[in-house]
Unconditional design. Structure first.
Length: 167
């Protein structure tokens, strides 16, 4: 089972900034042109959010290391049996990403109930309420982040819950 890269440019940006892989290796893996990857290395990446392919189980650290040592080797996606990538990632998500996604949801979709948001992100309703009411202890550090970008849910799950509460 091979994996499809959901955020091509974000993954390429992360690899370009944080690894010693060649532009050709990154471009081939992310299905992009080498010139685009080179532009990322030069800092020409506006409105592109980095996506860590290791955290999203797309690549392993070992695969990246092997390809850094041998520039002729191509990156290959990791394979996981069983659960989908999005669901596995949720287990390892950091709390601040969940908080940021809750803030994004409450700002962009205020009609979605707290219980719906809590179920979507696998957190407590009290956490959602504290962020919505601006009583969260570190509220001043919260930054709205799209939950699909930080891989807390799939776009389909997000669309379902927004549609459910838009009626």
């Amino acid at each position: 089972m091979s994996k499809e890269i959901l955020m091509h440019k974000g993954t390429a940006l992360w690899l370009a900034k944080r690894t010693n892989l060649t532009n050709e290796q990154i471009a081939a893996f992310c299905n992009m042109h080498e010139i685009e990857v080179n532009a990322f290395r030069m800092g020409l990446h506006h409105n592109v959010i980095e996506v860590n392919p290791v955290d999203s189980f797309l690549l392993s650290e070992e695969m990246i290391s092997e390809c850094e040592e041998n520039s002729s080797k191509r990156l290959e996606s990791s394979t996981l049996e069983g659960k989908s990538n999005i669901r596995r990632t949720r287990q390892y998500a950091k709390k601040h990403e969940i908080v940021n996604a809750i803030f994004w949801m409450t700002t962009n979709y205020p009609n979605v109930l707290d219980s719906g948001i809590a179920k979507l992100f696998g957190c407590t309703k009290n956490l959602v309420v504290s962020i919505r009411e601006k009583k969260y202890k570190e509220y001043d550090k919260v930054v709205p982040r799209h939950p699909v970008v930080v891989e807390l849910c799939s776009q389909e799950d997000l669309d379902k819950i927004v549609l459910k509460y838009s009626k």
